[in-house]
Design a protein around this ligand. Sequence first.
Ligand code: BQF
Length: 291
Amino acid sequence: MILIDGKKTAADIKAEIAAEVEQMLAQGKRRPHLAAILVGDDGASQTYVNNKVKACEVCGFQSTLIRLDASTTQDELLEHIQRLNNDPEVDGFIVQLPLPKHINEQAVIEAIDPAKDVDGFHPVNVGRMSIGLPCFLPATPAGIMELLRRYNVPTRGKRCVVLGRSNIVGKPMAMLMMQKGTPGDATVTVCHSATENLKEICREADLLIAALGQPGFVTEDMVKEGATVIDVGTTRVPDATRKSGFRLSGDVDFEHVAPKCAFISPVPGGVGPMTIVSLMLNTLRAGKLRN
Ligand code: BQF
C-alpha cells in the first residue's frame, strides 16, 4: 500500500510556484494576485479561506480577502464581483462556497468574468473543460489528477467509480477521468443517492473516488484488492479530545480499507492540500495570461 501524501506534494508544488514567481518578478512582471470573497462566518469556510490566503503567502502571491456580513444581499455581492471583474490589479478571484441561503449561488457564479474564474465554476469554463479546451479546472478534481500523475497511478483502460455528482467535484472528476490522456482514458461510472447495487459497482473499481461527504461511507467490503482509493470527504465530526472540538473525517474507513489498496489518500493531508494548490496554479496561470 502506497500512501498518497497530498501535504508533501502540495508543499513541493508551492515551492515550484514560488520559484516561478521570483522569475516573473525578475522579468519585471507583477506578482499574481488572488482575491477571495467570504460571506458570513461559517467556521469551516473561514478555515478554507485562511488556507488559501496562507498558500498565497507561501507562493509569493498578493492576496485580498473581502469579508462580508452574513446578511449581505445578493445585489451587494454582485457589486463586489463587478468591482473585482473590472480591477486590473486582480488576476483571479473566488467566492467561497457555500453561500447563505438567501443568495442564488448560480447567479453569483455566472457574474464572475470567466477569465478571472480561478475556481473554474463558470459555465464557460465548465463547457470548455467538457470538450477538452484550455480552461480553469475546478480545484479539487485538478488536484486529484495531479496526485494521480505524480504517483503514476495507472488509469488507462481502468474502471473508475466516482461516488457523488456535485458540480464542484463528482461531475468534473468523471469528465476528466474519461478524457484522453494520462491520467485519464478510464472507463467511468458515477454513483449517487439513487444508484442501485452501489456496493457491487464499487467492488469493480480499479480507482474509487469518494466525494459524498458521508464519514466512513466506503467500507472494506466495497473495495477490490489492489484498488486505488481517493478520499475527498472533509466532514467535521465532534471530537472532545481535540482542542478545536472536532476532527476531519473522510468518506473512507481508512483503517480497514487501506490494507487492500495499491494507493490510498488519507484525510487530512490527502486531497485537501491539493485543492488549495490547484487554486494557486490557476491563479499563476491567470496572472501569466494578463501579464
Ligand atoms: C487537509 C471544501 C467542502 C465544501 C466547501 C487541507 C482543506 C481541507 C483539508 C481546504 C474544501 C475542502 C475547501 C485539508 C478547501 C478542501 O489537510 O486535509 C485543506 O481548505 N479545502 C473549500 O474551499 O471549500 C469547501 C469542502
